[in-house]
Ligand binder design. Structure first.
Ligand SMILES: Cc1cc2nc3c(=O)[nH]c(=O)nc-3n(C[C@H](O)[C@H](O)[C@H](O)COP(=O)(O)O)c2cc1C
Length: 370
């Protein structure tokens, strides 16, 4: 595709001359402006969007036009909700949003590791707060579903229960709005500096149970998907999954959040030595998050919808997650490295891979290699 070639050979080398924080802010502003014009959205959709009935799924009464979504963290203040469907996403997650606004960790909040095909993330839930964002968000379109990721405000708490209450308050705020389709419950952000003193963790069986008991009281109707941590043993992951099982409003699990472990062999040794404070996205997640996906598929695919995220750069990567048990996939880093045209291309490649393997619909392929 010509736009992919132009992005990788001209646009990306220029963008990568500037700090990742500035480029990200520029894209959010530009995307917000462009999303105001119907003819621009139509033009982009005609160039990049790929639709096919083999990619469509009906899940929890929601129509997913394709299985590729924007993962939480890129559009944290819902600037891109108008433009994202045009570039080909089937769904996108806004946030992570929190009950109170947070200005972000001390910059730099982003960095690049091109050889490792990874991004350094040190945002700590920079966002304007659930209420403000959802008040300002326009009506839904039919082309892509919208989700809201919610976490605990990044601040100091006297004890764990106070953090749980803050998280629940974020959901309570969001329940006042109806122009989105699903929730993500983020229990796994690795760069919340202010809560590291707390002994109990959200991503532990007991911590998660406390959150879910309180959330249950809100009688949430929209599906809630839990964003899982990456670096856990199968036994620890099973404990977390078992903690979520008894709560019917939890419909799915997302594997996984960022890499913390700097000894991960997928990093280029020189790049990782120089990396500043934060955690990592992209290719270094891929192997482990796919393993977790296959593990989860084996033990709970009848109970939970599974969503795969981490290191999706092309159709093969996305298809591997589908064969490993994911009904849907999400991505950020692959779009940053390959360009926005890549979303449509990934969908087209998934369609071709399904055909190659004799599947008529995506449903038939889910978990085939788990
Ligand atoms: C810039 C950036 C910010 C992120 N912020 C969040 C966040 O706020 N909430 C969240 O659940 N995940 C966050 N993540 C993690 C991603 O949602 C995703 O799980 C991870 O990046 C792996 O996908 P990828 O390899 O396609 O980027 C962030 C990732 C990036 C790159």
């Amino acid at each position: 595709m010509i736009s992919g070639f132009l992005y990788r050979t001209i646009v990306k080398p220029i963008l990568f001359l500037f700090s990742a924080d500035h480029v990200h802010e520029f894209f959010l502003k530009a995307g917000r402006q462009l999303g105001r014009y119907v003819f621009i959205k139509k033009f982009l959709a005609s160039m990049w969007r790929y639709d096919s009935s083999s990619l469509e799924q009906e899940l929890f009464n929601l129509s997913f036009k394709n299985p590729v979504g924007l993962s939480a963290g890129f559009d944290y203040n819902a600037d891109l909700v108008e433009i994202l469907p045009s570039i080909g996403f089937g769904f996108h997650s806004i946030g992570t949003l929190t009950h109170e606004p947070y200005a972000g960790n001390e910059p730099p909040m982003l960095g690049r590791l091109p050889k490792s095909r990874s991004l350094l993330v040190n945002k700590g839930f920079k966002n304007n707060g659930v209420k403000k964002i959802l008040e300002g968000m326009g009506k839904k379109t039919n082309d892509a579903l919208r989700g809201v990721s919610i976490g605990a405000t990044n601040k100091s708490y006297p004890h764990f229960d106070a953090m749980v209450e803050n998280l629940v308050a974020g959901f309570r705020d969001a329940e006042c709005f109806d122009h989105f389709d699903y929730y993500e419950l983020n229990i796994s952000c690795p760069n919340l500096l202010n809560i590291q003193n707390l002994k109990e963790q959200l991503a532990s069986a007991s911590g998660l149970t406390k959150v879910l008991v309180r959330l249950q009281e809100l009688r949430i109707k929209r599906p809630v998907f839990i964003k899982m941590p990456l670096e856990r043993t199968p036994a620890e992951m099973k404990e977390l999954i078992d903690a979520a099982r008894p709560f019917p409003f939890i419909k799915g699990l997302i594997f996984s959040n960022l890499v913390k472990d700097r000894s991960n062999p997928a990093f280029d040794p020189e790049e990782i030595k120089k990396a500043g404070r934060g955690n990592f996205s992209g290719k270094p997640l891929e192997r482990q998050s796919n393993e977790m996906l296959r593990f989860a598929y084996k033990i709970c695919h009848e109970r939970f919808l599974l969503i795969g995220v981490g290191g999706v750069f092309n159709g093969e990567d996305a298809y591997e997650k589908i064969l490993s048990g994911a009904s849907l996939v999400q991505m950020i880093t692959g779009m940053v490295f390959m360009g926005p045209q890549q979303i449509g291309l990934i969908n087209k490649e998934i369609g071709a891979l399904l055909k190659r393997d004799g599947y008529h619909t995506i449903k038939q392929a889910i978990g085939a290699r788990a």
